[in-house]
Design a protein around this ligand. Structure first.
Ligand SMILES: [Cu+2]
Length: 358
């Protein structure tokens, strides 16, 4: 009798196990998800560390690169990639450098690949991309793909969607680039310090099929701020004692900002991006412009405002276009006029020239 019940029990146990197997879900292996390359931390209910918890930490000076070595590189330049099957593979190294924002003013900076902004990642909508981040900073970091529709595990929020990438560690991000538009990538670990220190860069996704007129000149401009006093660099922020005294376009303050060269009659697209912690009403001299995209998304023709000034708040992108009809040296600048100074001396900061020639 006992034997019989044992047999019945085993039979039912096997039935339950078999049933469990047939009901179990197949393993998810969606494109863009990390595939067992790096251990990803389990999600926790605590919010990600967007700001420094320790107030004193924010006030510590940024540690620069090797003493006496000042970068001569240009920021925001297109990053080369290699192909792994149908995936475009990009490599980024988070590293400290000494970054000149003016001929006589060098900031201590944390960067991607040694420049402010970091290198531009530019791909086509639908491309599979893999970004290998190596952290050579003295502290943890992560990357957030601002505005891009990435899988949650690729979103770069420390202790929520991934473990922070510790000094010396490598982390692999992988996703399908979508939708088309003007985006950026930046640190999301103690962002108030790390973004201000220079960990930001442009990310452009071109549409698969170009439906609008392609611009003749296409320039991405990232606005930020810095606080440099007594030869030390601090993370600028809207907080007493931490207010910036330098303002940068693509990592440089006027007159070291890039001059945009344009031929008369050319269509110019400027991708205005505020990555710092202050709002910047950007004003164009000479001709009005149309706002053709907001935060990466195209604005329908009938809704495109014609303006000469557009307020770009932290995190926002405005793609503006205009035809350069008048030859001359035309200025683009922030209209909070303190932002056009270098350490309180005018002219400086958020200004650049658009040189229109015949
Ligand atoms: Cu401004």
């Amino acid at each position: 009798m006992i034997k019989h019940w044992t047999k019945v029990s085993i039979f039912f146990m096997l039935l339950i196990v078999a049933n469990g197997c047939t009901n179990s879900q197949p393993e998810q292996n969606e494109p863009g998800q990390i595939v067992n390359r790096v251990e990803v931390g389990a999600a926790t209910p605590t919010p990600g560390r967007m700001t420094s918890g320790d107030g004193n930490h924010m006030m510590e000076p940024i540690s620069g690169g090797p003493e006496g070595v000042v970068s001569t590189e240009k920021g925001g330049q297109p990053l080369a990639f290699t192909m792994d099957g149908d995936t475009k593979v990009f490599e980024l190294t988070a590293q400290a450098v000494n970054w000149p924002i003016l001929d006589d003013t060098v900031a201590a900076a944390w960067t991607y690949n040694g420049t402010i902004p970091g290198p531009m990642i530019r791909v086509t909508e639908g491309d599979k991309v893999r970004i290998i981040l190596k952290n050579e900073l003295a502290q943890p970091t992560t990357i957030h793909w601002h505005g891009i529709a990435v899988p949650n595990t690729m979103d770069g929020i420390p202790d929520v969607t991934q473990k922070p990438v510790q000094p010396g560690e490598t982390f692999i991000y992988e996703f399908v680039a979508s939708p088309a538009g003007t985006y950026m990538y930046h640190s999301h670990y103690e962002g108030d310090v790390q973004v201000a220190a220079g960990l930001y860069a442009p990310f452009i996704i071109d549409p698969e099929e170009q439906t609008t007129h392609l611009p003749d000149v296409d320039v991405d401009l990232m606005f930020s701020e810095m606080l440099i006093k007594d030869g030390q660099t601090f993370a600028a922020m809207p907080m007493s004692g931490m207010e910036p005294n330098y303002f940068t376009i693509n990592g440089k303050a006027f007159p070291n900002t890039e001059t945009i060269e344009v031929k008369k009659g050319q269509l110019v697209r400027l991708r205005l991006t505020s990555i710092g912690q202050f709002v910047h009403p950007i004003h164009l001299h000479g001709v009005p412009f149309k706002i053709i995209a907001t935060d990466g998304h195209p604005v329908p023709d009938a809704a495109q405002l014609t303006k000469d000034t557009v307020l770009v708040a932290p995190g926002e992108r405005y793609d503006i276009e205009f035809v350069a009809t008048e030859p001359g040296q035309w200025m683009l600048h922030c209209h909070i006029l303190h932002h056009t100074t270098n350490d309180n001396v005018e002219p400086g900061g958020l200004m650049l020239m658009i040189n229109v020639t015949e």
